[in-house]
Write a protein that binds this ligand. Structure first.
Ligand code: SD4
Length: 316
């Protein structure tokens, strides 16, 4: 049994999910980890606390996957806090894979009724509203790592640089050897309304094939989508690459493919069908949180494509 989540805040999500992995299934565990992140206001790229789009409204995306024939996804939720739970309902109760926009919110109303966790909710937290108002005043790419309040947190300074990239991608394997993945995000801060990134798109932000393994991505969706990131990782392994080589190839592909801006970051985590975990990132500052029978730890990626990217590099 093992659960791996993106970023060091993933430790808290893994902890919240652990009993679900022990007493339930890998699917229950990834849903619980994502639900935790969605409810934590300090995580500013997921759920409540997530930064809004350029119109000041939050939209949430998420997906869940067990296998190519068992997956579900929602994008552009405006009034429901838990995209992964709704994506699970799409997977379990419809013939479809993906629902979007206000119709996905309506689906959630029908699927869950007034059950508290999935009732309609205000998604814009006061902290996110304040960040939006600052962005309206100052414009540009917000580098929240320079905010003193954030640097005072326990987050490592080089990771704080990517604070607004803290989407959760979560992979788990349960006692029966079942793999599951979940991914949840509010997307890129101050995005064009309607923009959807990689996170809820099967094969981009998440891909699970029980014969091979599970992969998830975090970072700038526009970089991940152009290379079909999570699918690429799993397909590399299908063709014989090791888990470490597969995630390294994916970030190297990003480094080769795009004209990168200093604020661009991307990372991939993979879990093999035997439960081994590997990760790689485009720039320093990314970490993976792992919880298993040996306890909880936060690990550096095995490979960083652009290791010299300075922590103090200007982002505007
Ligand atoms: C997106 N991939 O919407 C998400 C954002 C993210 O870490 O992962 N940030 O592009």
């Amino acid at each position: 049994m093992r659960i791996a989540s993106t970023w060091s805040f993933g430790q808290r999500a893994n902890e919240a999910a652990w009993s679900h992995l022990v007493n339930g299934s890998a699917l229950d565990a990834v849903e619980a980890a994502c639900c935790y992140a969605e409810g934590d206001v300090s995580i500013d790229s997921v759920g409540y606390g997530g930064l809004p789009d350029a119109s000041g409204r939050v939209s949430l995306d998420g997906c869940v996957m067990l296998s190519p024939s068992r997956c579900g996804s929602v994008a552009g939720l405006r009034t429901h806090l838990h995209p992964v739970s709704i994506a699970r309902a799409v997977m379990e109760h419809t013939q479809h894979v993906m629902l979007v926009g206000c119709d996905a919110d309506d689906f959630a109303d029908n699927a869950f009724g007034d059950r508290q966790a999935n009732a309609r909710a205000e998604l814009l937290a006061p902290s996110a509203r304040a960040a939006f108002e600052k962005w309206q005043r100052d414009g540009g790419v917000i580098d929240q790592s320079r905010d003193a309040a954030i640097l005072e947190t326990t987050m490592p300074a080089d990771e704080a640089r990517w604070r607004h990239h803290d989407t959760i991608g979560c992979l788990a394997i349960d006692a029966r050897g079942m793999l599951a993945g979940g991914c949840s995000t509010s997307g890129i801060p101050f995005k064009l309304p309607g923009r959807v990134g990689d996170s809820p798109i099967i094969g981009h932000g998440l891909y699970v094939d029980p014969d091979i393994g599970a992969a998830t991505a975090t970072g700038a969706g526009e970089l991940i989508m152009g290379i079909c990131g999570a699918f690429l990782v799993i397909e590399s392994m299908r063709r014989g690459a090791s888990a470490s080589d597969a995630v390294r190839d994916a970030v190297e592909r990003i480094a080769r493919t795009y004209t990168l801006a200093p604020h661009h970051q991307a990372a991939f985590v993979v879990m093999t069908k035997d439960g081994a975990v590997a990760s790689a990132s485009l720039r320093p500052g990314y970490r993976t949180s792992i919880r298993d029978g040996n306890g909880s730890r936060v690990v550096e990626p095995e490979f960083v494509a652009l290791p010299d990217s300075s922590v103090t590099e200007p982002t505007a």
